[in-house]
Write a protein that binds this ligand. Structure first.
Ligand code: HEC
Length: 240
């Protein structure tokens, strides 16, 4: 028995060691994007995404017309502010125009479609990823990233947030204050949260109706119960 206990303890200690070891690997702390998940935020994020990310990344599971239907963005605005002139179709998915073969030639990897990335990596991860690029002359692109080591993507937001080195020292200041930069990055994350879950607003609205319906049902069930039990109470009083 003693020996069994000892084996069990050794295995437990081993497991603990492995799990601590694994968490030490992804030790870079993830940050929480601050945004209010509403249509205005997602529309701002969609515009920023179109301007800064769609040259390389698609979100092909979202058709342009969904931006009108889900977010209430007028068709003319979608065409003017999101779609690339005469390259895209309002009824087609939001696809990057970069041919994958060219991307592989330029970056070594094709930029992934980001439609479901938020479900895969989480909002905090994407947000921290956008904020944690640093200059690394040993990389082919000249960039590296704290949460995605040796990433092939260049720091496309460097003009906003500035350039830092691996130790966080500022090499070049960006055009925006840190707060503004964080807000813009958070809006992009909100957009990617929507692309991963396009029915989010419809579901919330529907949820309110369901809760309202349940409330009405509860109230009527309460009065119905009172009505039925009235007779029973009266009967037990001996009044019937
Ligand atoms: C110049 C092209 C380019 C632009 C512009 C660009 N990316 Fe990327 N991105 C890439 C490449 C290439 C990769 C693949 C990196 C790898 O696998 O090493 C990538 C990877 C990513 C990933 C990680 C995917 C994964 O596999 O975990 C995310 C998230 C991402 N990009 C978000 C963005 C966002 C948001 C923007 C706009 C602010 C943007 N990217 C703009 C080229 C680009």
């Amino acid at each position: 028995m003693k020996i069994l206990k000892r084996i069990a303890l050794t295995v437990l200690a081993g497991l603990l060691f492995v799990s601590f070891g694994a968490s030490a690997d992804d030790a870079y702390p993830l940050q929480n994007p601050q945004y209010t998940m509403n249509r205005a935020t997602v529309i701002r994020g969609a515009k920023l995404f179109a301007d800064n990310c769609m040259a390389c990344h698609s979100v092909s599971s979202i058709r342009y017309d969904r931006l009108t239907q889900d977010l209430g963005m007028p068709e003319a605005d979608v065409k003017k502010e999101i779609m690339l002139p005469d390259k895209a179709d309002y009824l087609m998915g939001m696809s990057s125009t970069m041919p994958p073969a060219l991307a592989i030639k330029m970056f070594g990897y094709a930029p992934p479609d980001l439609s479901h990335m938020e479900r895969y990596k989480g909002a905090n991860w994407i947000y921290t990823y956008l904020l944690s690029f640093y200059q690394d002359p040993s990389r082919p692109s000249g960039w590296n990233n704290h949460v995605f080591p040796n990433v092939a993507m260049p720091d496309v937001l460097a003009p906003w947030g500035g350039i830092v080195n691996a130790h966080g020292q500022v090499i070049q200041k960006g055009s925006m204050s840190l707060a503004k930069f964080q807000n813009q990055a958070a809006d992009i994350v909100a957009f990617l949260r929507y692309t991963a879950d396009p029915s989010v607003f419809e579901r919330w609205a529907f949820g309110l109706w369901v809760l309202g319906g349940l409330l009405v049902f509860t109230i009527s069930a309460f009065f119905l119960k009172r009505e039925y039990w009235k007779d029973v109470h009266q009967a037990s009083d001996g009044s019937i």
